[in-house]
Design a protein. Structure first.
Length: 48
C-alpha cells in the first residue's frame, strides 16, 4: 500500500506549479487592482 504523498515527481512538480501560478497570478492581480483604481477615479470624476 502506497501513501498518497510519496517522495517522487510530486516534490519537483509542486514548486514549479507554485512558481508558475505566482508568475501568472501577480500580473492578473496587478491588472485587477489597476482596474479598480481606474474605476474609483472615474467615479470620483463623475461625482465632481
Amino acid at each position: 500500500m502506497r501513501f498518497p504523498f510519496d517522495p517522487g515527481p510530486t516534490t519537483i512538480e509542486i514548486p514549479w506549479l507554485f512558481i508558475v501560478g505566482f508568475a501568472c497570478g501577480v500580473p492578473l492581480l496587478a491588472a485587477l487592482v489597476a482596474g479598480v483604481r481606474q474605476d474609483e477615479g472615474m467615479a470620483a470624476r463623475r461625482l465632481t
